[in-house]
Design a protein around this ligand. Structure first.
Ligand code: FCB
Length: 464
């Protein structure tokens, strides 16, 4: 394989995980239940009937996992804080034991020269808040800001980048629209208030974080370039409707453009001043990308204004997602073209793939498909930078094979193989590949003219 292109000095190399997917220790040190504990324990919700009760036991094995990160040479670790560890009832004072874990983790990272990047909410709402309506209840936005304040009061001096929410579109649509994720509601478009309350919570949390820290603050969205299948006006209208829902609903209001037409939640949900709060400036936009979406006009009588269809002609991952590296370039350039000067610098906060990786007879785990996947997607990032998009970092999803939501343990996304029974960690060949890529990038090597040493709005340790 030809060598992967080089990146600007200071480019941030990272790996990502999230609390419920890796921590385990579900009942330890006073942690309360989240919507995902409830959901995973319901029969038939998770394909292999597993739960995140133990997951990768990262709560107890974080030191070993930080050592794996140090071996990779990453400059950043994106983890999420479990709200039910910090406020088991969903409100009230912080649990010191819950905060202590993230304190230990943060210090372990800094000792190794790895920037802690903390996501405050990766879908694990405290169950008591779901019992009062969850994100359908406006009050949850205020609870979220209080929680953000409690976490920042403890970690605000050490976390290098804060992310408020992870993928509010996926949380709304799968969790409240379709019911395939926790909390399992099937409200279709009646879930739109969940968008507003998450966005309001985000804006209030940005303000809370600003009061506690000078580190940059971000929102992470999932983006999926839309491929219109079909050439009728109805197909194109369906494509625009899907694009607004997936790619614009959680970005337009944050960047000050208000809601896309047809997705405005309505005056009974949106109060005076909310749009100003939601548009509180952010420093970084977190971009998660996995694949584009094929869309065409819906069948007559469909409750949705679009229909989705497979994109043919691409290799596919074990998740059956099409592998389309150029979709990442397309979406990055598209964000720049759509938002112009309103677009803050971007970090790719998730990019990765699932394959059925298993150890061979020698105990080694070879995952050439993942290497090809990451190589292709990094080339796409490089191409976007060459087209003038300000991309500052790339985080592989994921460090570890972990608990993949409704897919349980059946989808392996890690650079490191995890044996679910023994918790043994085995770095895959992609781990060595990523390590070598980061090392080459640190050594210097040829750089693209004009990209080295440019002005940075904020300093990041580690890379480059
Ligand atoms: C993203 C999620 C992440 C993981 C990957 C595969 O949508 O943010 O937790 O499940 O997909």
């Amino acid at each position: 394989m030809t060598s992967t292109p080089t990146f600007p000095a200071g480019f941030r190399w990272g790996v990502s995980t999230s609390a419920y997917q890796v921590e385990g220790a579900a009942g330890t040190d006073g942690r309360g239940p989240s919507v995902w504990d409830t959901f995973a324990h319901q029969t038939g919700r998770i394909v292999d009937d597993s739960t995140g009760d133990v997951a990768c036991d990262h709560y107890h094995r974080y030191a070993e996992d930080v050592a794996l990160m140090a071996g990779l040479g990453v400059s950043a670790y994106r983890f999420s804080v479990a709200w039910p560890r910090i406020q088991p009832p969903g409100s009230g004072p912080a649990s010191p034991r819950g905060l202590d874990f993230y304190d230990r983790l943060t210090d372990a990272l800094l000792t190794r020269g790895i920037d802690p990047v903390a996501t405050l909410y990766h879908w694990d709402l405290p169950q008591p808040l779901e019992d009062t309506g969850g994100w359908l209840n406006r009050d949850t936005a205020h609870r979220f800001a209080e929680y953000a304040d409690l976490v920042a009061a403890r970690l605000g001096d050490r976390v290098r980048l804060w992310i408020t929410l992870n993928e509010p579109f996926v949380h709304m649509s799968f969790g409240y629209g379709l019911g395939t994720h926790a909390p399992g509601r099937q409200l279709l478009f009646d879930a739109v208030p969940v968008a507003h309350h998450q966005l309001l919570g985000h804006g209030l949390a940005v303000a809370a974080l600003r009061a506690r820290t000078t580190s940059p603050v971000a929102l992470t969205n999932n983006y999926s370039p839309v491929r219109v299948l079909g050439d009728t006006d109805a197909d194109r209208a369906a494509g625009a409707a899907y694009d607004a829902l997936h790619n614009r609903l959680f970005t337009d209001p944050v960047l000050g453009l208000g809601y896309p037409p047809d997705l405005e939640p309505g005056p009974e949900v949106v109060r005076d001043g909310d749009l100003t709060t939601i548009a509180t400036p952010i420093d970084v936009l977190g971009v998660n990308y996995y694949n584009p979406t094929g869309v065409h006009a819906p069948e007559e009588g469909s409750p949705l204004p679009f229909a989705q269809a497979d994109l043919d002609g691409y290799p596919r991952t074990a998740f059956d997602w099409p592998v389309v590296p150029d979709g990442l370039r397309e979406l990055l350039v598209g964000l720049r073209d759509r938002y112009g000067d309103a677009l803050p610098p971007i970090e790719i906060t998730e990019s990765g793939c699932a394959y059925d990786d298993e150890p061979d007879a020698d105990g080694r785990v070879h995952d050439p498909e993942r290497i090809a996947y990451l190589d292709g997607h990094l080339r796409a990032v490089r191409a976007a930078i060459d087209e003038g998009v300000d991309v500052r970092g790339y985080f592989v999803w994921s460090l570890l094979d972990n608990w993949e939501w409704a897919e349980g343990f059946t989808k392996r996304f890690g650079l490191v193989h995890v044996d679910v029974d023994t918790q043994a960690r085995t770095p895959k060949s992609s781990y060595a590949w990523y390590r070598d890529l980061i090392a080459r990038s640190r050594e210097g090597g040829p750089r693209a003219p004009g990209l080295d040493g440019g002005p940075r709005a904020f300093g990041f340790g580690g890379g480059g």
